[in-house]
Design a protein around this ligand. Structure first.
Ligand SMILES: *Cc1c(COP(=O)(O)O)cnc(C)c1O
Length: 222
């Protein structure tokens, strides 16, 4: 497994302006160091305990993204250092991130997770529930979160047309949100979509941030 070669292969396919979250969940610190030595600084983790262990033993200039489902009672552990919370899927979670951001004097960057796949999933806003939350307006008074855009996962399928359609729907939704709620907020600019099996389709559909694990680090052993 040549992590540096894999990483450079992925980077060479990303247009300027598309950032890479190297998804290191389930992989050891050694693997992260390998990518770090090649210049990668943004890493994604999906379990709080694992992230805390890695954060404590790896270089301080790593930007950690929390990409998984985050339970509200665990926000406090990562609030002091997390660089972005990529999968905010409820108002309750957003409020708790704001509370914990306040406790450590930070404004925590967040993405709203939209459920765009046909697969069943417990997580992610529907387009409607996301609009309801934003229409409600209470989010405007949160001082310690920055809503920086949207995130979504397409259906896991070989049907490229379907995947492309799902990504296009997220792109359109982002554009509508930007126009309706965030026109004057330069921080709202990210569309995080695209993983190992579909990132080229995501980039073609306007992704600004891909989250790639397997293609860089190899298969995860659970
Ligand atoms: C695991 C994971 C990824 C990376 O998946 P790969 O198929 O290994 O690239 C991306 N996004 C989220 C939310 C994940 O949980």
């Amino acid at each position: 497994m040549d992590i540096q070669a894999n990483l450079n292969g992925v980077l060479s396919e990303l247009p300027l302006g598309v950032s890479l979250v190297a998804v290191s969940k389930f992989h050891p610190c050694e693997a992260i160091k390998e990518a770090y030595r090649a210049g990668q600084r943004i890493f994604g983790e999906s379990r709080v305990q694992e992230l805390l262990g890695k954060q404590a033993s790896l270089p301080a200039d790593i930007q950690w993204h929390f990409i998984g489902h985050l339970q509200t009672n665990k926000v406090k552990y990562i609030a002091p250092f997390v660089s972005m919370i990529d999968a905010v899927d409820s108002w309750k979670l957003l409020e708790e991130i704001d509370t914990q951001g306040g406790r450590c004097g930070r404004v925590i960057p967040c993405l709203l997770e939209l459920h765009i796949a046909q697969e069943e999933s417990k997580y992610g806003f529907t387009f409607n529930s996301c609009r309801e939350m934003l229409d409600n307006g209470a989010w405007r008074s949160l001082q310690h979160v920055a809503i920086c855009g949207v995130m979504g996962m397409a259906t896991y399928t070989d049907d490229e047309k379907q995947v492309a359609q799902e990504f296009a729907s997220l792109h359109d939704f982002f554009t509508m949100l930007k126009r309706t709620y965030f026109e004057d907020d330069a921080r709202f600019k990210e569309i995080s979509m695209g993983m190992t099996h579909d990132y080229l389709l995501a980039v073609a559909a306007g992704s600004t941030m891909v989250r790639i694990g397997t293609k860089i680090f190899g298969e995860r052993i659970h």
